[in-house]
Every structure is written in C-alpha cells, then in structure tokens.
Design a protein around this ligand. Sequence first.
Ligand SMILES: [Zn+2]
Length: 66
Amino acid sequence: MEVNRKWLSITEQTRKMLIGNVCCGQCLDAVTIKDVIIASDPIDVVLEGKCADCGHPVARVVEMNE
Ligand SMILES: [Zn+2]
C-alpha cells in the first residue's frame, strides 16, 4: 500500500495524537512534530519532521499492526 494511504488509514484522532506526541532528543520530552514528511520503511509508516519547540529533527515510527 502506498505510504500516504497507509497513514490516512489511521483515524484522524490517532494521527493527531501521534503528531503531538513525538520524543525530541533535544527537549527530552514529548513534543509536537512540525513540517511532517510521511516516509516509510517496508512495513511501517515513519513520520519525519522537526520539533515544534526547538526545531531539532525528530522522527517517529508508526507501527502498522492491522
Ligand atoms: Zn525539541
């Protein structure tokens, strides 16, 4: 499945939660990711972007269990 379609198959509520709960190595906290790019590895969706607080590059793997 195309990665954007995979991402959009997740409920909007969960997507918002994922975007708003990314660990930043600089802030050492859960932050909101901005300038998000939806990337992928062979199985999962990977969100890549920047910390909304400090601009540090952050990424989050979204495990696709379904
Ligand atoms: Zn940060």
